[in-house]
Design a protein around this ligand. Structure first.
Ligand SMILES: [Zn+2]
Length: 149
């Protein structure tokens, strides 16, 4: 897939309602995760720049929107806390988890900001799934199963 520089108008239309405080027109999509990012996650966000590794872009559009929602939530967090405050709180949250005895992966997954981003990701994925199964098709399926036609 050709990864564009900006969010498509479709992506902005779908995702903007979830992020009223983020101007999605300012989001820039960058290809490769920067070299200094530890552990190479699926995505990485630095303010309005979202890095997604072309090799790991999800095939399913629903998964793409969900991943974008995760990363845009990080943009929102940058805006809420300010760049350096957010970065400090992010690292502190990780270190706190390590201090509690969690291993690297768990400590990362339990960073407060990651938990929030995963919630945003799930919310978008669930909403899109619900929309994808349109009511007429569901009714038709129930009728078929009930009346065995
Ligand atoms: Zn994240």
């Amino acid at each position: 897939m050709n990864w564009p520089d900006r969010l498509s108008s479709e992506a902005r239309m779908i995702l903007q309602p979830y992020f009223p405080d983020v101007d999605l027109g300012r989001v820039r999509l960058r290809g490769k995760i920067p070299w200094y990012v530890f552990d190479k996650p699926a995505g990485y966000t630095d303010r309005y720049s979202i890095y997604i590794d072309p090799a790991t872009i999800p095939v399913d559009p629903l998964d793409q929107f969900a991943l974008l929602a995760h990363e845009i939530e990080h943009t929102r967090q940058y805006l809420q806390y300010g760049t350096w405050r957010f970065r400090c709180l992010y690292v502190l949250s990780y270190l706190k988890n390590r201090y509690r005895g969690l291993k690297h992966r768990q400590a990362y997954q339990n960073i407060d900001f990651e938990i929030e981003a995963c919630r945003a990701e799930s919310r978008v994925a669930c909403d899109l799934l619900a929309r994808a199964s349109s009511l007429p098709q569901v009714i038709e399926k129930v009728e078929r199963e009930t009346y065995n036609v």
